[in-house]
Design a protein around this ligand. Structure first.
Ligand SMILES: [Zn+2]
Length: 177
């Protein structure tokens, strides 16, 4: 139920451009389904996985094969030229008492803004974030357990989570962590 509500809210927030909403809904559904497939491995191995979502020659939304990162970072392989890039994606590995991994890092959002490519991020608690490069904000599109989550996830270890953050707000959160 929460998932549907958040998706509706996102749709409303960008309702001035209806084709973009349609595409975003499709992207969100695709992201949830895709993260369900790669979260178990990312959590079990405690490493991030990353890559890109894009449109292939048949205009189908597809994901590039996930590149293996480590527990705190991941550098995606170059996507094929034939792919019309829609967004990057990465997971945040397993639950950690060391990292504030339920939200995108300020570096995540800064990198997406600099690359002018949107980003999807999944967290150990099963949340999914959307980094909007053009609006320069991270938006929680899907809450706790939206996708596969870490059974070791400890909600008491996580600071309260807002629905959206700017880079400055993420930096402030990191300084307080
Ligand atoms: Zn990240």
């Amino acid at each position: 139920m929460k998932k549907t509500l958040l998706i509706t809210l996102l749709g409303l927030s960008i309702s001035s451009t209806s084709p973009a909403v349609a595409q975003s809904q499709r992207q969100i559904d695709f992201a949830i389904e895709f993260f369900n497939k790669i979260q178990p491995r990312s959590i079990a191995e405690n490493r991030e996985y990353c890559g890109y979502f894009g449109l292939n020659d048949d205009n189908q939304l597809v994901a590039t094969a996930p590149t293996k990162g480590d527990s705190e970072s991941c550098y995606a392989d170059e996507p094929p030229y034939s792919l019309d890039i829609v967004a990057s994606y990465h997971t945040h590995a397993g639950h950690s008492y060391e990292y504030d991994s339920e939200v995108p890092s300020s570096n995540d959002l800064e990198a997406d803004i600099a690359e002018e490519v949107d980003g999807f991020i999944s967290t150990p608690g099963g949340r999914i974030w959307f980094n909007s490069a053009s609006r320069e904000i991270a938006i929680l599109i899907c809450g706790r357990n939206c996708t596969v989550s870490d059974s070791d996830y400890d909600p008491d270890n996580t600071k309260s989570i807002r629905n959206r953050y700017t880079v400055d707000q993420l930096v402030r959160r990191e300084q307080e962590y």
